[in-house]
Design a protein around this ligand. Structure first.
Ligand SMILES: Nc1ncnc2c1ncn2[C@@H]1O[C@H](COP(=O)(O)OP(=O)(O)O)[C@@H](O)[C@H]1O
Ligand SMILES: [Mg+2]
Length: 254
């Protein structure tokens, strides 16, 4: 469904060229859950922003259902690390903000359905500052899904949450994905999160950001953080971040 081919992106920082992305190729199937993992600064956010149409690539193409992505569109929803809800609007108004060109009744129905989906029914009249971090992120997910996008792009969506809320939100996102069957691409620097959520894990290298490996998570046992499958996938992912001579010590520690 989503096809990324030969993508390059450079930035000019103080007159110096920074290669943010190099030769990125990735095909994402409809309904798939892809996680992208890599060091801070490896170009993960840049890649998501290019898919969202918020930034443009220097070289390469991205198509969604064979249509070139040339700018933002309602076929792609986005959730950021900070919820980015508008503080002067209620949760209901925030979720419905991007819904345009449909009648009021239909809009109300869609907003209520999505508040229910993220288990925020009863909080429609609250303002963002009245919600906890986890609840605000649920609202951001509802806002991202309300247009029924082809793909939801999540950029370290739980990065600002405490560890327990984070685990709870990971479960919630899996439930929502199973219910809605929306294609999801989630970026994280947390390897456990990438394994828990992804059907395929895209491992990126540090600058220049390239895809080092795509690791499938085949067995459903791998979703159990205590399983040997989980540990073995974790090793496969970690292996890409360490040099040969460092690996023995790292492998021993995990
Ligand atoms: N708007 C920008 N202008 C200049 N450099 C940028 C810009 N956005 C990102 N970069 C640079 O591109 C690289 C990748 O950034 P980013 O995609 O944010 O990484 P990540 O999300 O993996 O932490 C970094 O070196 C960053 O400094
Ligand atoms: Mg980032």
């Amino acid at each position: 469904m989503l096809k990324i081919k030969g993508l390059d992106k450079r930035f000019l920082v103080n007159g110096r060229e920074v290669v943010a992305l190099q030769n990125i190729d990735l095909d994402v199937k409809k309904g798939e859950f892809i996680t992208i993992v890599g060091h801070s600064g490896c170009g993960k956010s840049t890649l998501l922003k290019i898919i969202a149409g918020l930034q443009s690539q220097d070289v390469g193409t991205i198509t969604c259902h064979d249509r070139q992505i040339l700018g933002p569109g309602t076929d792609r929803g986005m959730v950021f690390q900070e919820h980015r809800l508008l503080p002067w609007l209620t949760i209901r108004e925030n979720v419905g903000f991007g819904l345009q060109g449909i009648d009021r009744k239909e809009k109300e129905r869609l907003v209520e359905d999505h508040l229910r989906l993220v288990q925020l029914e009863g909080f429609g009249d609250a303002y963002p500052k009245q919600l906890s971090g986890g609840m605000a992120q649920r609202a951001a997910i509802a806002r991202g899904l309300v247009n029924n996008p082809e793909v939801l792009l999540l950029d370290e969506p739980f990065g600002a949450l405490d560890a327990l809320t984070r685990i709870q939100m990971q479960k919630e996102v899996l439930r929502i994905w199973e219910e809605e069957k929306t294609t999801m691409i989630l970026v994280t620097h947390d390897i456990d999160e990438a394994i828990y959520l992804g059907q395929r894990i895209v491992v990126m290298s540090a600058r220049p950001g390239e895809i080092k490996a795509v690791i499938p998570v085949e067995s459903s046992n791998a979703k159990d953080r205590g399983s040997t499958e989980f540990a073995s996938i974790k090793k496969r992912v970690l292996r890409h971040f360490f040099a040969e001579e460092e690996w023995a010590a790292v492998e021993y520690a995990i």
